[in-house]
Design a protein around this ligand. Structure first.
Ligand SMILES: [Zn+2]
Length: 71
């Protein structure tokens, strides 16, 4: 359902719809979808948008047992 992004190594989806479907199937909560900054058109799934990685976790993203780092 997903491929590894050649640019950053994250899970990559062809569309936000597929990314969201995957998140739901895996019971991942608090996840967001965003377009890869280095590979336009590739949709990634993560709790940390690129702009947040450099900073800190958004409070809403910290949920016990549901916070997972992208592979
Ligand atoms: Zn990427």
């Amino acid at each position: 359902m997903w491929t590894q992004c050649p640019e950053c190594g994250k899970r990559s989806f062809a569309s936000r719809k597929k990314a969201n479907r995957y998140a739901r199937a895996e019971n991942l909560r608090g996840m967001t979808t965003y377009e890869c900054g280095r590979n336009p058109g590739a949709i990634h799934l993560g709790h940390l948008p690129d702009g947040v990685i450099a900073g800190q976790y958004a409070r809403d993203d910290i949920r016990r047992g549901t916070l997972r780092r992208p592979a």
